[in-house]
Design a protein around this ligand. Sequence first.
Ligand code: HEC
Length: 155
Amino acid sequence: MRRTAVSLVAAAGILMAGTAGAAEDADKAEKMVKYRNSVFTVMAHNIHPLGAMLKGEMPYDPRTFAEKADRIAAVAPMALEGFGMKATADVKGTAAKAKIWDNMGDFKKKMRAMQKAAGALAAVEPGDSPASVKKATKALADTCEDCHDEYKKED
Ligand code: HEC
C-alpha cells in the first residue's frame, strides 16, 4: 500500500515534469521568435536611413552612414541564433516558413551572404564614391530580399 502511494507520487512527479518541460519549450520557442524579430527590427531600423540617404530623401552624412552600417554588421551574426529550434515555426504570429529547418544548409548560406555584405558595407570609407556606397548598400538589401523571398511568409 505504502509502496503504491510512493510510486503514484513518483509517477505524478514524472507527469508533471513532462508538462512543465513542454510548457518550458513553448516559452523558449516564443522567446526565440521575439529575439530573432528584435535582431531583424534593429537591422531594418538602421538600413532604412541608408536607403533614404542614397535616394536623397535625407542628407548624406558619411558619419551617420558609417555608424548605422557598423550597427548592422554587429547584429547580423546574431540573427541565426534565433532559428535554433524547429518548434519556433509553430509559434503564433511567426512569419518564418517551416521549410527553413528542412533546408538549414541553404538558410545558413543566405545568413552568411548577409553577414558578408554587412561587413563589406561597414568597410565603406567616407571618401568612397557614391556609386560604390550605393552598390554596397544594394548588395546588402538584396541578401535580405533573397532570404525573405524563400523563407519568410508574405506580410
Ligand atoms: C537567411 C534569412 C534571412 C535574411 C538574410 C534576412 N532575413 Fe529578415 N527575416 C527572415 C525570416 C525567416 C523572418 C521571419 C521571422 C519570424 O517572424 O519569426 C524575417 C523577418 C524580418 C523582419 C520582421 C520582423 C518582425 O518583427 O516581424 C524584418 C523587419 C526583417 N526580417 C528585416 C531584414 C533585413 C533588413 C535584412 C537584411 C539586412 C534581413 N531581414 C535579412 C529571414 C531573413
